[in-house]
Write a protein that binds this ligand. Structure first.
Ligand code: RM4
Ligand code: MN
Ligand code: MN
Length: 404
């Protein structure tokens, strides 16, 4: 990826999409930011088939922050880390501890990082019967307290966003009453969020399966949306790519949420079979999603934008840092493609009902354009390596962390 190659690439794209569009694509890649999750850097994702973890995975929160800082140094795209209360700020695995969050915040600062979205952890020890819809009042209360604590951490130490994902659900029809479960979820949410300051943004994540195999308490974006609405303006929907039935048109969900002016967020990953399987790949679906985010003007991600972007990927056997760098690269490629779509040309074809021509124009950017030169140019303009993955391989960092 030398300078000449990059220049040629930019020239070819400018010839096809216009210099202005290419310039804007470069700018938007420069501005795009996404949060890196602490949990992906650790043993998370090892799973029940042998718990394999790759050499150099992070064993402590300090390791995780070291790795996140290195990823940010190479990409300039992820100054914030997303955290999970019980993985990152707990002594007993049951409750969060504000002082540990404070410590993490200081450790972030030393490394040029900041804390981003805070995730209450509703799914570890003691959540056998669920969390917010658990029949045990004591359990519900524990998770309400954790939610309020997460909000405090997010407001005082993070970026004011909490992301809620619930493991509640059922394995068999008949196991729980579906209507009661929804009402219980709503009631517990209202109770928790009543104790949270208005300026905290609450993102409600949905997931169609797992751990519930028959039902989950918040299965889809419609349910998230209803629950968010019942909490007021500071609540929105969190879309995680891996949480849908196969074939779901996720970009349409994005379009509707933007049309409804909801403040929402993303957990990015690539879904092949189930949930947050793998690192983000620069696939067509991701580029189509970015097109809606760009059209909705919610993607430049400066602090005042009301959509939050986070990576949430599990890793099995892959090198954690390679996988996260790959995700960031893929998101930037998807964004650059979305920026090149010639929307006015498409609108012209819509007027004359030339649907295939509209589709071909869309695909010229989304599928056919090679935008690696745009992304490389954006990085070079920020004094970053043109290819962060190659730079990582060269850096010697991997060797260093394998010995820690
Ligand atoms: C869930 C959900 C949450 C994530 C956990 C680890 O499936 O995606 O966002 O925090 O996994
Ligand atoms: Mn998620
Ligand atoms: Mn998930």
């Amino acid at each position: 990826m030398d300078e000449k190659w990059i220049e040629n690439g930019i020239e070819n794209l400018a010839a096809e999409f216009g210099e202005k569009a290419v310039g804007k694509a470069v700018e938007s890649v420069k501005n795009f930011q996404v949060e890196v999750p602490t949990w992906t850097l650790g043993s998370f994702g090892g799973g029940r088939f042998g718990n394999y973890t790759p050499p150099g995975y992070a064993k402590t929160i300090q390791h995780k922050l070291d790795d996140a800082a290195f990823i940010n140094k190479l990409t300039g795209a992820c100054p914030r880390v997303a955290t999970h209360v019980l993985w990152d700020f707990s002594r007993n695995g049951l409750e969060g501890d504000y002082n540990l969050a404070l410590k993490t915040n200081q450790e972030c600062k030393v490394r040029g990082l900041a804390m981003g979205a805070v995730n209450p952890t509703y799914f570890l020890k003691g959540s056998q019967s669920g969390s917010f819809i658990s029949p045990s009042e004591k359990t519900r209360k524990r998770y309400i307290d954790q939610t309020v604590l997460a909000a405090r951490i997010a407001r005082e130490l993070g970026n004011g966003v909490i992301a809620l994902w619930f493991p509640d659900g059922s394995l068999y029809p008949g196991q729980i009453d579906l209507k009661d479960a929804y009402l219980k979820m709503k009631e517990t949410l209202i109770e928790s969020c009543g104790a949270i300051p208005k300026e905290v943004r609450i993102l409600i994540e949905y997931k169609v399966f797992e751990p519930g195999t028959y039902s989950t308490a918040v299965p889809d974006w419609g349910t998230s949306c209803l629950l968010a609405r019942s909490l007021g303006k500071n609540a929105g929907v969190l879309i995680d790519l891996g949480h849908h039935h196969h074939g779901t048109n996720i970009e349409q969900i994005v379009a509707v949420l933007i049309a409804e002016k909801m403040s929402c967020g993303f957990h990015f990953n690539t879904r092949y079979a189930a949930d947050d399987d793998q690192a983000v790949e620069p696939n067509q679906e991701m580029a189509r999603i970015f097109y809606e985010l760009v059209r909705g003007n919610v993607v430049t991600n400066s602090e005042d934008k009301n959509w939050a972007y986070m990576i949430d990927q599990a890793s099995g056997r892959e090198n954690r840092i390679h996988a996260l760098l790959h995700s960031i690269d893929s998101l930037q490629i998807s964004l650059a493609k979305a920026m090149l779509v010639d929307t006015s040309k498409i609108e012209g074809y819509r007027k004359t009902d030339e649907i295939i021509l509209a589709n071909r124009t869309f695909n010229d950017a989304i599928i056919n354009a090679d935008v690696r030169s745009v992304v490389a140019r954006a990085r070079i303009e920020k004094n970053l390596p043109a290819d962060p993955v190659a730079e990582y391989v060269k850096s010697g960092y991997q060797k260093k962390i394998q010995d820690r």
